[in-house]
Each structure stands twice: as structure tokens, then as C-alpha cells.
Design a protein around this ligand. Structure first.
Ligand code: PAF
Length: 281
């Protein structure tokens, strides 16, 4: 496995351009969810192709300095996990290698980023789009794999690829969960024992609302109240948002007539977790 920290070293490290090159963009602190993305990337790359994992805690997508500073960075463990998973190349730049001090070009998506995490974290998706496009260009990948847990991120990246004619196929991988239902996230490592024990209620609350929806409850207000009460019941989770949006436009819905998304973000202390369920009439 080759570990590259400078963009200028990537071309040599990546080797044969004729074979599929599959990128798994990450911010590190790799967990089983990332490893599932890497396994999927290996299948997509085939025996002759190359899997590249990028590990970069992108400052541009953080809206809170404390969150950026606290983001876990277990570099040696991440490299060991990539090695064990059979990754060919890890691209792990420092911020200075990614952004010139006077960088002034940003990729901005203006519709799908309006609600949910985009509203709660101003500038977040500009940071995501900008770094993802840079990673696509630097790694010259034909395919990139993203987790469905970050549903809005996936939608925004697909829109960027469509609207800018970026020649990269975006492949989504289902959310990987702990046995208790908690969606795997690098942020879970920052939960204390009580928060960790409480956090699976997010999934349970969303599933209960989904079950109510399937049983005929259609009024968004009723579904939202039910989910909110279940999430806040222990008093440990502080709601950032809970929204019911159209699954394509990500706009709030008054009546659920097509596929919708019940999505939430909550804070446990300073740790922000997200999850969602799909509601299909
Ligand atoms: O999902 C993430 O880990 C990040 O948002 C990504 C896609 C690696 C961009 O920094």
C-alpha cells in the first residue's frame, strides 16, 4: 500500500490509468461502515483496478471550530485498517496541500443544500462539494463510493456530478449499523457511555414513525411529533432538526404523496449525529 500526502505524488502512485480507479473519500477514523465501502469499491475495481482511499479532515466543511478540532484522527490505526482491507493507495494530505492560502474558488450547490444539514450547518455543502470535486480530479477516479447515511450529501454530490458533467459514477452503499441500530459514524467514538447507550433511540424513533406511516398516519405534524418525543424522551439528545422532506427535492412536504425522508440531527453534548428513514406511500 502506498501512502501519499502530496497531490504531486499521486499520479506516480496511482499507476495504470487504463484500469478502473475507485475512490472512497473519507475523513478517517475508519469504522466498519468505511470498511464496507472499501469492500464494495474493491468489487467495483475488479482484479486489475485500484482502490484509493482519501483520508482528509476537510476544514472547509466544518461550521464549528471545536468540532473540527475534536474530530478524531487515529492516523496509524486508519492506515493499518486500509492495509488490512487491501487498499492500494491512501491519499492523506494536510490542509496546506489541499488549499492554497489564497484559495478563492468554491463549488456551491444551491437547491438540495437548502434544508436539513445545509440549513443547520451553513457552508457545509460548499465545503463538501469543493473537496469532493478536488479529490475526484486529483485521483482521476472513474467511480466513487459514498455511504447512504449521509443522504443529503449523496444527493448534493450526485447533483454536482450531473450539473458539472463530472465523469465519475457515484455509487451508494447502504448505511452500516451497530447491532443496536445506531448508524456507524466516526463521531460515535466521541460519545460517553451514557450517550452511547442512549443513541440507538434515534433509529428506534424513526422506525416507529415509519411504522406509523405504513399503518396509515399521513399527517407530517403527527409523524414529526411522535419521532421528536421519542428522541427527546431521555433528555440526553438535543434536537438540531427533525424534518420530513420530499426524497428527491429535499423540500419540506405538507402531505406525503411520493417517497419522503424523515431525517434528524441531534446533539449529544458537542457530538452531532444524523440518521433518517424513507417513507414510501
Ligand atoms: O462523508 C465524509 O466523510 C465527507 O463529507 C467527505 C465526503 C469525505 C468529504 O470530506
Amino acid at each position: 500500500m502506498t501512502v501519499v500526502t502530496q497531490a504531486s505524488e499521486l499520479t506516480a502512485a496511482l499507476g495504470n490509468a487504463g484500469q478502473p480507479r475507485v475512490l472512497v473519500p473519507t475523513m478517517g477514523a475508519l469504522h466498519h461502515g468505511h470498511l464496507a465501502l472499501i469492500r464494495h469499491a474493491k468489487i467495483l475495481a475488479g482484479a486489475q483496478g485500484t482502490v484509493v482511499v482519501s483520508i482528509f479532515v476537510n476544514p472547509m466543511q466544518f461550521d464549528r471550530a471545536g468540532d473540527l478540532a475534536a474530530y478524531p484522527r487515529p492516523r496509524e490505526a486508519d492506515l493499518a485498517a486500509c492495509r488490512a482491507a487491501g487498499v492500494a493507495v491512501v491519499f492523506a494530505p494536510e490542509a496546506a496541500a489541499m488549499y492554497a492560502p489564497d484559495h478563492s474558488v468554491t463549488v456551491s450547490e444551491s437547491q438540495l443544500s437548502r434544508n436539513l444539514c445545509g440549513a443547520a450547518r451553513p457552508g457545509h455543502f460548499d465545503g463538501v462539494c469543493t473537496v469532493v470535486l478536488k479529490l475526484f480530479l486529483l485521483c482521476s477516479c472513474q467511480i466513487a463510493v459514498f455511504g447512504e447515511k449521509d443522504f443529503q450529501q449523496l444527493a448534493v454530490i450526485r447533483r454536482m456530478v450531473r450539473d458539472l458533467n463530472v465523469p465519475v459514477v457515484i455509487v451508494a452503499h447502504p448505511t452500516v449499523r451497530e447491532t443496536n441500530g445506531l448508524a456507524m459514524s466516526s463521531r460515535n467514538a466521541r460519545l460517553n457511555a451514557a450517550q452511547r447507550a442512549d443513541a440507538p433511540r434515534l433509529r428506534r424513533a424513526l422506525l416507529a414513525a415509519q411504522a406509523a406511516f405504513q399503518a396509515g398516519t399521513r399527517r407530517p405534524a403527527e409523524l414529526l411529533t411522535m419521532a421528536r418525543q421519542a428522541i427527546e424522551a431521555s433528555g440526553l439528545a438535543r434536537m438540531d432538526y427533525l424534518s420530513l422532506v420530499d426524497a428527491d427535492s429535499l423540500e419540506s412536504v405538507e402531505h406525503v404523496e411520493g417517497p419522503a425522508l424523515l431525517a434528524t440531527a441531534v446533539f449529544y453534548g458537542e457530538v452531532r449525529l444524523i440518521d433518517h428513514v424513507c417513507l414510501v406511500p
